[in-house]
Design a protein around this ligand. Sequence first.
Ligand code: COI
Length: 356
Amino acid sequence: MGVTKSRIKVKKTENSRLHEVDALNINFGKHYSDHMLIAYYENGQWNPPEIMPFHNLYFSPATTFLHYGQAIFEGVKAYKDPQGNPLIFRPYDNLKRMNRSAVRMAMPEVPEEIFIEGMRHLIELDRDWIPTSEDTSLYIRPFMLAIDEFIGVRPAEKFMFIIITSPAGPYYNKPVSIYVQDKYVRAFPGGIGFTKAAGNYGMSMYPTQEIKKMGYDQILWTDGFEHKYVQEIGTMNVFFVIGDTVVTPDASNDLILEGVTRDSVITLLREKGVKVEIRPLSIDEIEAAHKAGQLKEAFGTGTAASIAPIYALTYHDDKMMLPPIEKWEIANWLKKELADIRYGHKEDVHGWNLKV
Ligand code: COI
């Protein structure tokens, strides 16, 4: 279809809301930038995307995604380099993952011309919305909805691809306390655990509400057969430093989300010469390492959260406290290294930053 930046129709807002943002106090998901992108899919093809002022959407109450959750999303971030140029971190990887989710959810794949060029154009237009204080960025949320006006259960034929953006501070503004879940299940082999489908998040609300009442921040999901092998935190992938080795669950069997931050962390650690093992990891092994004083660090990784240190991990009655976070060598190094690359303070040798 060849949608180039110049072919994207743009209607600019006449009333910017940028002044509503307190640049020194930015939370996650509170403000949405002036513009959004929308592309429609119908009759087997994508129509050219349009950029327009951010606005509410209007749907028939019979619309597919409202009932059956045929909906997927992504999370990407844009930063500003020291010269003030916007940089988007690894958006091609998000495009690939979005399209893996799309195939599994019987939705059309989004072409690069819409996802990447649309995103570049949108970020260029709303570049003043990219915050520059420490730990801030512009969170980019691409998503796709099935919009047939039909209440029968069948894959839809009409879809909407949308991108909205939101100035964001850290998703977790302090270290997190994690509860190891062995009652509810997030993902099974052959399921949709590897996708960013809306249902993966919807189903986590009730179990998360339960553990929040108990004083924990998030759930560490375990496998559905034995509740033994750890999977992910739901909003994040998870890493454990056991002795001198970094261990993270493998992404086979369609169980966990192949995070872009996860991949960046694995790459950076291996380049630094740190031993990284990607393999099944049981809660028994984590407990044994903790007892032996070998559980040195534990952290979540994700686009929204970046690197989120875990200060305590609770499994049944065993509350495993991690060593003081200031002393951690790996997570603290990773956090800085990733930030240096994303904010353009360090040479981007991997070609991860896309200039808009
Ligand atoms: C992300 O890290 O982008 C996520 O998708 C996590 C969450 C905010 C749903």
